[in-house]
Design a protein around this ligand. Structure first.
Ligand SMILES: Cc1cc2nc3c(=O)[nH]c(=O)nc-3n(C[C@H](O)[C@H](O)[C@H](O)COP(=O)(O)OP(=O)(O)OC[C@H]3O[C@@H](n4cnc5c(N)ncnc54)[C@H](O)[C@@H]3O)c2cc1C
Length: 547
C-alpha cells in the first residue's frame, strides 16, 4: 500500500519549502509529503491522489493565499478527502479567520507562523492528527474485517466495540464482492453472521464481545487476584482514578464493560475541557488517558462487566458477569450513565441497532453519506451529534420536543448549528411511531402544538434523550437515591457508617468510592468526572492508612 500523504499548500515558495522540509525530516519514512503552491494546484493534486486510490492523512494550508484562501481550499478539499485532518497556517492577525474556520471546515488545528522550533510547535500537532486519522473507524485498513448485514444490530455492536476500542477494522456487507470472497475463503455461508476475520486469517462466527476483544489484543483477564485499587468503569472518572492510582504507586486494575472513554469517548468534539482551546475529540482525549494509565502500570480490562460487590475477609470482592472474581483493598465506582431509550414509541424498540441508535454511534456516521439523518434531543450531546453527522449526511433533522434549543443547549453549539445549512431544527416535534421491514424505514412525527402527524421516510434515527445510571446490581450493597444515583459523603443518610463520618466521595460501604456521573449530585461534565477520579485516589490513600 502506498504511504499516506501529508499535503502542504503555501503560495510563498520559501515557506512552502521549509514546511515540506520539516515534515519530510520527521514523517518522510512513513508518509509521502506532497507540496503545492496554490489552492487550485493542491486541489488538482488531491483529485489525482483520489483517482490513484491513495490516502491523505493530513492537509496543512496557508490562510493568506491569493485567489483561494486556506479556508476556501480546505472547504473544497473536504469533499475529496473528508477524513483527512485539517490544519490552517496563520499569521497572528488571522487568528479570527482561523477560529471561524473551526466551524466552517471543522478545522482540527491552526498553527501560528513561524512554527519554529518544529519539535515544539509543529510535530506534536501533526503527531496527534496522524494518530487520530490512523484510529478513525472508517480508515481503509487490512487488519480485522467484519462481514455482516447492513442492518444487523449485532454487526453494529461489533463495529461499535472495535471502533470505540480504537481497533482498526473494515466492514464488508455479506453480499459485497469482498464480503462474499472472505466468506467463501473461510468456507462459510451467509446464514450465520457476523463473521470476524482477523489480520492473521482467524475466523470467528457470531462471536461474543470478549472473544473478539481477545483476538484483537485487548486485555480481558486480570493477571492478579488482589489489587490495592479496583476501578469499575473506564469513562473520564474511572480513567482519572486509574491514572492517579497508578502514578501514585497503587496496584490498580480498571474494569470496563464496553470500551474505555465512556460517554466522553463517543463525543465528536469536547470544547470545554481545560487546556484544549480548539476542542478535542472525545476518543482522542480518552485514548490518551488510557495510554497514560497503562504507562503507569494500570491493568485495563475491557469487555468485562462487574455484576457483584461484597466484602470478604477485609477486602472488597468484585464479581464479573461470567462468575469470576477479583479482590481489592479499595474500589472506585465510575459507572457513569447510559442513554434512556424511547421504549414508549410503538414499533421503535425492534429497530435498535437496525436504524435506531442510542447515543452518538460514531461508527455509523460515514454510512449515512448522502442520506437524511434524524436526531432526537435538544441538549449538547444531540447538538454535537448533529454537527458530526452534517459532515456526512445530505440533511440532518433535529427533533426537539421543547419550544427552542436555548433552554437545553450551550450557546456556542446553537450558533454552530445555525451556521450549517443542512441541519434543520424542528422544535415542538416528537417521534410517535416507527415502521419498516428488517430495519427502520418510516417515522411518524407529531407536532406538539397542533397535534398534526406526518409520516416521513427515515433510515437513521439517533436518540439523545437524557440518561440514567446503571446501578441495579448495587441494590442493597451501597445507598442510592430514588433514581439510582450512588450517594456519597455528606449526602449519605446519617449513621450510614456507625464507626466514623464517611469520607467525601465514599459510599455507604467503607472503602468503596463513587465518582463522576453515577454519583448523586454530580456535575455531569468530563472535567468534574476526571477531578473526582483524582480526588478519590487521595481518599483511597486515607482509607488504606486508617483502616
Ligand atoms: C455525546 C456526548 C457529548 C458530551 N459532551 C461533553 C462536553 O462537550 N463537555 C463535557 O464536559 N461533558 C460532555 N459530555 C458529558 C461527559 O461525557 C460525561 O459527564 C462524562 O463522560 C462522565 O464520565 P464518567 O466516567 O462519570 O461516566 P461515563 O463516561 O458514562 O463512563 C462510565 C463507564 O463505565 C462503564 N460501566 C458501567 N457499568 C459498568 C459495570 N458494571 N462494569 C464495568 N463497566 C461499567 C460504562 O461502559 C462506561 O464506559 C458529553 C456526553 C455525551 C454522551
Amino acid at each position: 500500500m502506498p504511504r499516506p500523504v501529508i499535503l502542504t499548500v503555501d503560495d510563498d515558495p520559501g515557506v512552502s519549502r521549509a514546511v515540506a522540509r520539516d515534515l519530510r525530516r520527521e514523517y518522510g519514512e512513513h508518509h509521502r509529503i506532497v507540496r503545492a503552491d496554490s489552492g487550485e494546484a493542491a486541489l488538482e493534486a488531491l483529485r489525482d491522489l483520489a483517482l490513484r486510490g491513495e490516502q491523505v492523512a493530513v492537509m496543512l494550508a496557508d490562510q493568506r493565499m491569493p485567489r483561494m484562501t486556506g479556508v476556501e481550499f480546505l472547504e473544497q478539499a473536504m469533499d475529496i478527502f473528508p477524513r483527512a485532518r485539517r490544519v490552517l497556517l496563520t499569521a497572528y492577525a488571522d487568528t479570527e479567520a482561523a477560529i471561524t474556520a473551526i466551524n466552517v471546515v471543522d478545522l482540527d488545528h491552526y498553527l501560528l507562523k513561524p512554527w519554529d522550533p518544529p519539535e515544539e510547535k509543529l510535530y506534536p500537532v501533526v503527531d496527534a492528527l496522524l494518530e487520530a486519522w490512523l484510529r478513525a473507524p472508517d480508515r481503509p485498513t487490512t487488519d480485522t474485517r467484519i462481514v455482516g448485514h447492513r442492518w444487523s444490530a449485532r454487526s453494529y455492536e461489533l463495529r461499535d466495540l472495535l471502533a470505540r476500542n480504537q481497533v482498526p477494522f473494515r466492514f464488508h456487507l455479506a453480499d459485497d464482492p469482498e464480503g462474499a470472497r472472505l466468506l467463501a475463503a473461510a468456507g462459510l455461508g451467509s446464514d450465520r453472521l457476523p463473521v470476524v476475520v482477523t489480520g492473521e486469517g482467524r475466523t470467528l462466527v457470531e462471536p461474543a464481545d470478549a472473544e473478539v476483544a481477545e483476538v484483537v489484543g485487548l486485555s480481558t483477564h486480570a493477571t492478579a487476584d488482589l489489587y490495592d485499587l479496583a476501578v469499575v468503569g473506564g469513562g473520564p472518572g474511572g480513567l482519572g482514578a486509574a491514572v492517579y492510582g497508578g502514578s501514585e504507586g497503587l496496584r490498580t486494575v480498571l474494569v470496563e464493560s464496553v470500551a474505555t472513554g465512556g460517554q466522553a469517548g463517543t463525543s465528536s468534539r469536547i470544547e470545554n475541557y481545560l487546556g484544549f482551546p480548539d476542542g478535542v475529540s472525545g476518543s482522542q482525549l480518552t485514548d490518551r488517558a488510557r495510554r497514560q494509565a497503562v504507562k503507569f502500570g494500570v491493568e485495563v480490562l475491557t469487555t468485562r462487566t462487574v455484576t457483584g460487590l461484597t466484602v470478604r475477609g477485609g477486602v472488597r470482592v468484585l464479581t464479573f458477569d461470567d462468575g469470576s472474581e477479583i479482590a481489592a483493598h479499595a474500589v472506585v465506582l465510575a459507572l457513569g450513565v447510559s442513554y434512556r431509550t424511547l421504549d414508549d414509541v410503538p414499533g421503535l424498540t425492534e429497530f435498535a441497532g437496525e436504524g435506531v441508535f442510542y447515543g452518538a454511534a460514531t461508527t455509523e456516521a460515514p454510512s449515512c453519506s448522502d442520506e437524511v439523518v434524524y436526531v432526537v434531543g435538544g441538549a449538547n450531546s444531540a447538538g454535537q451529534a448533529a454537527m458530526n453527522f452534517s459532515r456526512y449526511a445530505r440533511r440532518v433533522v433535529m427533533l426537539v420536543r421543547g419550544e427552542s434549543l436555548t433552554a437545553s443547549m450551550s450557546h456556542y453549539l446553537i450558533e454552530q448549528i445555525a451556521a450549517v445549512e443542512t441541519i434543520e431544527v424542528r422544535t415542538r416535534t416528537e417521534v410517535v411511531g416507527a415502521d419498516g421491514e428488517g430495519h427502520l424505514q418510516k417515522l411518524t412525527l407529531r407536532d406538539r402544538s397542533s397535534g398534526a402527524e406526518e409520516v416521513v421516510d427515515a433510515q437513521w434515527l439517533f436518540v439523545f434523550i437524557g440518561a440514567q445510571p446503571r446501578t441495579d446490581w448495587l441494590a442493597g450493597i451501597v445507598a442510592r437515591d430514588d433514581r439510582g444515583f450512588v450517594l456519597t459523603g455528606p449526602d449519605l443518610p446519617a449513621g450510614s457508617n456507625p464507626d466514623r463520618e464517611p469520607l467525601h466521595l465514599e459510599t455507604s460501604l467503607p472503602g468503596v468510592f463513587a465518582v463522576g456521573d453515577v454519583r448523586g449530585g454530580s456535575v455531569k461534565r468530563v472535567a468534574s468526572a476526571v477531578g473526582e477520579g483524582a480526588m478519590a485516589v487521595s481518599l483511597v490513600h486515607r482509607w488504606l492508612e486508617n483502616r
